[in-house]
Design a protein around this ligand. Structure first.
Ligand SMILES: NC(=O)c1ccc[n+]([C@@H]2O[C@H](COP(=O)([O-])OP(=O)(O)OC[C@H]3O[C@@H](n4cnc5c(N)ncnc54)[C@H](OP(=O)(O)O)[C@@H]3O)[C@@H](O)[C@H]2O)c1
Length: 347
C-alpha cells in the first residue's frame, strides 16, 4: 500500500481508503462479512476509514468501533460525518445554516459518533452536505474552532453535494476546512476544473468518493440489475439512467479491449487490466487526491482493490497493449451530470 499526505494535517493515509456506507445501510449487507473485510483491509495496509452517523443510524460507526478495538496498536484514521438537521441530501440551495447545521446540532452528533465508535477524539469530522452560501453565517467558523478546541476532533472537512464540485470552492478558499470529500471518478471529472486547484493552493486534502459510480464502473451491472425494495440504488439507476450508464461502461470495456470478441490469444489483453483497476488508477493518477474510498463489503473486493495501489499511476505504468496516452483517452469519457429535480437520496 502506498501512502499520501493528508494535506495540512500531515497524516500519512493509505491512498486507497475504505468507504463504509454500504455495510451500514445497503441491502444485502452482512456484518460478519463486513467485519472480516475491514480486518483484511487493515492487514493489507489500509488505514483510512470513511463512515457517517447516517450509515445505518450509527451502525457503520459501531462496526468500525469494533475493528478499532481489535487493532488498537495500529494507527488508523477515522473520518465520520454529521448529518444535516433537516435530513436533506443534497443541501437545498436556498436553505440556511440553521436548518442544516446549527452549532448545537453539530456538537450533539460529534458526541453521538464518538460514542458509537468508542473513541474520545475523531481524526476528521465532516459536514455531510454543504452550501458555500453558509459562509455568510459566521457561526460556522466559530463552531469549527470550538470543536477543535474541545479536542474531540482534530480536523474538519465538508462532503460536497453530488455533482456540485463548484459548491465548496469558496469554503476551501476561505481556509475554513482541512479536507473536502467529492465525487470523482472516470465519469465525474469536473472537480478537476476549480475544486482541485483551490485545494492544491490552500493545502486542503481531497477524499475522492464513489470511485465506481455506485457500482457501474466495476462492470458488474446489467440491463436487468435491480436491488431490494428500499435500496437507494433503484432510484440512482432509475428512469433511463441504467441503460445510459451501461452504454458508457461498454465504451470503457472497448478501450480496455477486454470484451470477449476483442481478446486475442497471446495478446495479454485477457489477463489485462480490469475495469475496477482502471477506475481506481484513473483517480490515483491525480496527485491532488489524498485518498479514494471505494465501498467494499466483500473481502474479494478489498483484496482486488487494495493491490491496485502498488501498480502506480496510469500515465507511467499502463500495460503496453493499451493506448499510449490512456489518461487523455479517459478524458473523452467525462460525463456531465446534474441532480434530477426529484432529489433521490444521495448520501
Ligand atoms: N455524501 C457523501 O458524503 C457520500 C456519498 C456517497 C458515498 N460516500 C462515501 O464514499 C464511499 C464510496 O462510495 P459508494 O460505496 O457509495 O460507491 P462505490 O465505491 O462507487 O461502489 C461501491 C460498490 O462497488 C462494489 N465493488 C467494490 N469493489 C469492487 C470490485 N473490485 N469488483 C466489483 N465490485 C466492487 C461494492 O461491492 P460490495 O459492497 O458488495 O463489496 C459496492 O457495491 C461510501 O462507502 C461512503 O463512505 C459519501
Amino acid at each position: 500500500m502506498r501512502y499520501r499526505k493528508f494535506a495540512r494535517t500531515g497524516w500519512d493515509v493509505s491512498e486507497i481508503g475504505y468507504g463504509m456506507w454500504g455495510m451500514g445501510a445497503w441491502s444485502g449487507s452482512d456484518d460478519a462479512e463486513s467485519l472480516g473485510s475491514l480486518q483484511r483491509a487493515i492487514d493489507l495496509g489500509c488505514n483510512f476509514f470513511d463512515t457517517a452517523w447516517v450509515y445505518g443510524n450509527g451502525h457503520s460507526e459501531k462496526l468500525l468501533g469494533r475493528v478499532l478495538r481489535t487493532n488498537s496498536a495500529k494507527k488508523l484514521f477515522v473520518a465520520t460525518k454529521v448529518p444535516p438537521k433537516n435530513q436533506a441530501w443534497p443541501a437545498p440551495a436556498n436553505s440556511r445554516l440553521d436548518e442544516n447545521y446549527p452549532p448545537q446540532h453539530i456538537a450533539e452528533y460529534v458526541d453521538l459518533s464518538l460514542r458509537n465508535l468508542g473513541l474520545e477524539s475523531l481524526h476528521l469530522i465532516q459536514l455531510h452536505t454543504w452550501n458555500d452560501s453558509w459562509l455568510e453565517d459566521s457561526r460556522i467558523t466559530q463552531a469549527i474552532e470550538k470543536l477543535k478546541a474541545t479536542g474531540k476532533v482534530c480536523a474538519v472537512g465538508i462532503s460536497l453535494n453530488r455533482w456540485q464540485p463548484w459548491n465548496g470552492v469558496q469554503a476551501v478558499r476561505a481556509g475554513l476546512v482541512d479536507s473536502v470529500q467529492v465525487v470523482y471518478n472516470i465519469f465525474d471529472q469536473n472537480p478537476e476544473d476549480e475544486l482541485f486547484p483551490a485545494c492544491r493552493e490552500k493545502n486542503v486534502a481531497v477524499i475522492a468518493r464513489v470511485p465506481f459510480d455506485e457500482g457501474s464502473l466495476t462492470g458488474t451491472l446489467t440491463a436487468s440489475s435491480k436491488w431490494a425494495d428500499g435500496d437507494w440504488r433503484n432510484s440512482y439507476f432509475s428512469g433511463g439512467k441504467l441503460p445510459e450508464t451501461l452504454k458508457r461502461v461498454d465504451a470503457l470495456r472497448l478501450l480496455l479491449r477486454n470484451t470477449e470478441q476483442d481478446k486475442m490469444p497471446g495478446d495479454g489483453a485477457s489477463e489485462g487490466m480490469t475495469l475496477p483497476e482502471l477506475a481506481l488508477r484513473f483517480i490515483l493518477s491525480n496527485p491532488d487526491v489524498s485518498t479514494t474510498i471505494p465501498g467494499m463489503r466483500k473481502t474479494r473486493n478489498v483484496e482486488a482493490n487494495l493491490q491496485v495501489s502498488g501498480r502506480g499511476t496510469l500515465s507511467v505504468h499502463a500495460p503496453a497493449y493499451l493506448p499510449a496516452d490512456l489518461l487523455a483517452e479517459l478524458r473523452q469519457h467525462r460525463w456531465e451530470r446534474k441532480l434530477p429535480p426529484e432529489h433521490f437520496p444521495v448520501k
